[in-house]
Design a protein around this ligand. Sequence first.
Ligand code: IPE
Ligand code: IPE
Ligand code: MG
Length: 257
Amino acid sequence: MAASAADQMLQRIKARDNLPAHVAIIMDGNGRWAGKRGRPRTAGHREGVKAVKRTVEAAIEVGVRALTLYAFSTENWRRPRIEVAAIMHLLYETTKREMREMFENNICLTASGDLDGLSLRQRTILRKAMAMTKDNSGLVLNLALNYSGRAEILQAVKRIAADVAGRKMKLDDITETTFAGYLQTNGLPDPDLLIRTSGEYRLSNFLLWQTSYTELYITDTLWPDFGRAEFFAALEDYQKRERRFGAVPKGGQKKKK
Ligand code: IPE
Ligand code: IPE
Ligand code: MG
C-alpha cells in the first residue's frame, strides 16, 4: 500500500536532524468552526478536544520532546459564563478520562498558569493527573491554563524581588537563565516553533518571554480541523527555515533548500 502524504512527510521530518524540541500551539478557531455549522460555540470546543488528541499522538509519533497547548487565557474569563463553564467542564472531563491513557503512553503532564484561579474540582483532577504522570519520560504535555504571559513575568519579578530583599539572591544573580527559572514553564526550553490556527496574527499574551526567537507558523485552518498532516506540515516548514538569532547566515549566502 502506498504511504499517505502525511506518512511521507513523517519520513522526511525524521530524516532531518533539526526537529523542534518544544512546539507551542495557540489553539484558535473553535467558535468559528461551530459558527460555520450553525452550532453553539461549545460544540467547537468539544470538537477541539479531538484535535488535541490527534496532535498529541502526532507529536509522540514524530518524537517532539514537549508540546505546550494554550487551553485557556486569563482574558478568556471575559467570555459568557456559560461558555467558560463549558470549557472548564470539558477540561475536567478530558483530564479525568484521558489520565490513564496519558500515563500508559508515557506522557508527562504539566501546566503553566495560575492553577489557584481554577475551581477546586478542576485543580484536584489536574494535580492528580500531573502526580500520576510525573515520572514519565515521554512527551511533556504542558497545558497553559488560566495563563497570561504578562502575569507570569510579573509574578517572577515579585518573587525575585522578595528573594533579593530576603537576601536569598543577589542583584547580580538576576540573569536571563535565573529569570527563566522563575517562570511557569517548568524548566522547558523555549519553544522552537509556535503554531497558531485560524489565521490570527497575534500572540494573545502567550509565552511572551519564551518566544523571543521562536519561529512562527500561522495557518487558516480552524483548530477543530487541525491534525496529524498539518502538524507535520508545520514541522517541515520549520525544518526548512534558517534560524539566525541575530547573526549572519551560515556560510555567507543563504542557500535555497
Ligand atoms: C479557541 O477557540 C479556544 C479558546 C480560546 C478556549 P475560540 O473559542 O477562541 O474560537 P474563535 O476564535 O472564537 O473562533
Ligand atoms: C487565545 O485565543 C487563547 C487560547 C487559545 C486559549 P483567543 O481567541 O482568546 O485570542 P484573541 O482574543 O483572539 O486574541
Ligand atoms: Mg479565538
